[in-house]
Design a protein around this ligand. Structure first.
Ligand code: SAM
Length: 266
């Protein structure tokens, strides 16, 4: 898959392409990266890429001519790619969107700076607007890196068998189970006994239940958004019974505390 990044700060991407899973994917030709300096497409001696906003106000706006020329050149070099404008106003990246993007031939990322870009660039040159969350960054570069990393992991062959994306959080609608490594005892906290047992069936069962517990505690809404297998319902009912047992075992029989001013007493 081709990843082309259009930016006025291409130096930010050198270390990014050069480390970890991304580096491995580049070496294996699973992804083909390119970083393009938008300034190279700006005319004039100073290669200016921004200007003051019409209507006044603070901040600068990215000029349409260099951006358009850079996008057109990138599209010519990567004809099967879709062009994504990085924007806090775009579609917020999630697992479903990352999976869809991973099926494309390529992606061209247009990274904004300042107040963003001249609106007219969006009309003919942008296929989709992508956000990484409801907050505003100073530029689209970090956002593009987030998208590239999330998408690259989902391209077949990028992750080895051992750290396959299918086991990651959200893949089956749950968060992933907890992980432990040596030592067995760290500051008095022991690794769960079952993980040392070598019994694959029991380890698998513990991991499934642990994934359910973590999802219930951290992101309970995920459990209402997906169908539950019979064994998962059994796990939830088991905890429900355990919570009731704890409440009933209390000396006050689990009676709610009557606080002054509380209306719960009816
Ligand atoms: N004035 C714009 C607004 O309020 O919508 C924000 C501009 S922001 C300071 C500069 C650039 O950072 C944007 O053009 C975009 O490329 C990038 N950016 C900022 N937040 C982002 C986010 N949450 N997701 C993706 N890109 C973002």
């Amino acid at each position: 898959m081709q990843f082309v990044v259009l930016t006025i700060f291409p130096e930010m991407f050198g270390p990014f392409w050069d480390h970890g899973i991304i580096r491995r994917a580049v070496d294996a030709r699973k992804i083909v990266p390119a970083t393009v300096n938008i300034r190279d497409y700006a005319s004039g001696r100073h290669h200016v890429t921004d200007d003051r906003p019409y209507g006044g106000g603070c901040g600068m706006v990215m000029k349409p001519e260099p951006l358009t020329a850079a996008i057109e050149a990138a599209r010519a070099a990567a004809p099967g790619a879709k062009t994504a404008l990085m924007s806090p106003q775009g579609h917020v990246l999630d697992r479903t969107m990352a999976r869809e993007l991973a099926r494309l031939d390529g992606l061209i990322f247009v990274c904004g700076r300042y107040e963003g870009m001249d609106e007219r660039v969006c009309h003919d040159h942008i296929d989709l607007e992508l956000s990484i969350g409801d907050y505003v960054l100073s530029g689209g570069e970090l956002a593009a890196m987030v998208v590239i990393d999330a998408v690259a992991r989902l391209i077949p062959g990028v992750l080895g068998g051992e750290d396959s994306a299918e086991k990651d959080s959200f893949e089956d609608g749950l968060l992933e189970h907890a992980h432990f490594t040596r030592p067995e005892n760290f500051n008095g906290m022991r690794v769960p006994e079952v993980l040392l047992s070598g019994h694959h069936g029991n380890i698998e069962a513990w991991r499934r239940e642990n994934a359910m517990i973590r999802t219930f505690l951290k992101r309970p809404e995920l459990l209402t958004e997906r169908p539950l297998a019979a064994e998962e319902v059994a796990v939830l009912k088991k905890w429900g019974r355990e919570i009731e047992r704890i409440i009933e075992a209390r000396s006050d029989g689990g009676q709610p505390l009557d606080r002054p001013g509380s209306s719960s007493g009816g």
